[in-house]
Design a binder for this molecule. Structure first.
Ligand code: ATP
Ligand code: MG
Length: 411
């Protein structure tokens, strides 16, 4: 079954609102073994919507439209569907009755416009909207299934889950699709690609995608089979080869974030951590505290941006800063040791670097970052030269710090 999604709404064509409904729908459809082959975003525009809808009917088995079901003039999906399918709009008494009831309940009279929502293309089934007023629609036309869903994500999700999923399950020709995500840190994307290529290029099922996601590389596997168990077996087969190729650079195989994995190890080893951050401005602390239960392993830390605060909050001697510069190995090291000492954490982390765009010099360029980790086994410091803009450098630096902690507590 090939599916296609059409997200309707002029606001989705502005820089301010993203079509997230199709991401939700794609996830749900994939889990049923239904592939999404096309998706389109189109404004509240009859003519253009008509074109897109017509094309979809010719090439897809399942067409889902989202949005444009409300009562206002710019909500045109019902009318466009009726027109393209050559079916008249007919009023459904039951929808009208419910609308009138709803308005009576809140003590308001219904504007005539609202009755538009009771009009459906002839032969369509309407789908109850438990979270709003606009009902959804289900149509079958020349072997194509067409679903119209409301735009507000919580309405769409509730309706899809309760009514559409059970129906689509019957339709997915017994195919099941399962996915697995390997998250990798410490290797560039090209190297990940190269290492796994011998295994993945021979495999079409599972299919593989490699993508960079905020400082990590993700390898996504998608397997299809008659049952979930068979699909899982296919994933395990290729997955073992991928794990062997990437070794301990793989930090997650079930969707966990790096900070979650770090938190898990810290809890397991009963260790605590404290952080002294300069160029990351608190990012590492922010990420660690995203993890539920972080109070059991994260003590806190300091954002010590100025030299003076490095001295006052992390006990970095002014002379050390004077002699080496604030962005240097010895200062990162002293920050890690200082914050550990001050907080009594089992592990101290220090981060200092130049995030740019200004402040770089020939021997200390933008992107130079030192990350240090101190515990009872000693202090380690690493130098990084990250490419990219300020945002990327700060993200990479926070990933590097979390990765250093992971490696320290893993064994
Ligand atoms: P309503 O009865 O609320 O008018 P509707 O079905 O007409 O529902 P729209 O008017 O298109 O839906 O959108 C309603 C809200 O849902 C808007 O805030 C819109 O930004 C949001 N929305 C619409 N489509 C999407 C989408 N594809 N992804 C995320 N949000 C969306
Ligand atoms: Mg609307």
């Amino acid at each position: 079954v090939d599916a296609e999604i059409i997200a309707v709404g002029s606001e989705l064509l502005t820089p301010f609102r993203l079509d997230t409904n199709s991401l939700y729908l794609t996830g749900k459809l994939n889990a049923l073994g239904i592939e999404v082959r096309f998706k389109t975003v189109v404004g509240d525009d009859r003519l253009r919507l008509k074109e897109v809808f017509q094309a979809a009917l010719e090439r897809s088995d399942l067409v889902i439209l989202t949005g444009g079901l409300g009562p206002t003039e710019d909500d045109v999906n019902r009318e466009v569907a009726a027109e393209v399918l050559g079916r008249p709009l007919v009023e459904v008494q039951e929808i009208r009755r419910r609308l009138e009831e709803r308005f009576a309940r809140i003590g308001r009279t219904m504007a005539g416009n609202n009755l538009r929502q009771a009009q459906v293309p002839e032969g369509a089934e309407w789908l109850d909207n438990t979270k709003g007023t606009a009902p959804g629609l289900w149509l079958e036309h020349d072997g194509v299934r067409i679903i119209l869903l409301p735009g507000p994500p919580h309405e769409l999700e509730a309706m899809f889950e309760s009514v559409c999923l059970p129906r689509l399950e019957r339709l997915s020709d017994g195919q099941r699709l399962r996915t697995r995500i390997y998250k990798v840190v410490g290797l560039p994307e090209s190297e990940v690609d190269q290492r796994i290529a011998p295994a993945t290029t021979q495999s079409t099922n599972p299919a593989t995608t490699v993508l960079a996601v905020s400082g990590a590389i993700e390898v996504h596997l998608r397997a299809r089979a008659a049952t979930h168990q068979e699909a899982d077996a296919l994933l395990a087969g290729l997955g073992d080869k991928i794990e062997a190729a990437l070794g301990d650079h793989v930090f997650s195989t079930h969707g966990e974030s790096l900070e979650e994995v770090v938190g898990m190890y810290l809890v397991m080893k009963q260790k605590t951590v404290a952080v002294a951050e300069s160029c990351t401005g608190g990012l590492v602390s922010e990420r660690l505290t995203r993890v539920p239960g972080s109070s059991s392993f994260f003590l806190g830390g300091a954002v010590c941006y100025s030299d003076e605060l490095k001295t006052r909050l992390a006990a970095v001697s002014a002379a050390l800063i004077e002699a080496n510069g604030a962005v240097s190995k010895p200062v990162a090291q002293a920050m890690a040791e200082g914050i550990r000492e001050w907080t009594g954490a089992s592990i101290g982390v220090g981060i200092t670097g130049i995030a740019g765009p200004g402040g770089g010099t020939a021997d200390k360029p933008v992107g130079l970052v030192y990350v240090s980790i101190a515990d009872d086994r000693g202090t380690q410091v690493r130098e990084f030269r990250f490419p990219g803009d300020r945002e990327r450098i700060r993200t990479w630096a926070s990933v590097a710090a979390l990765e250093l902690i992971r490696r320290r507590v893993r064994t």
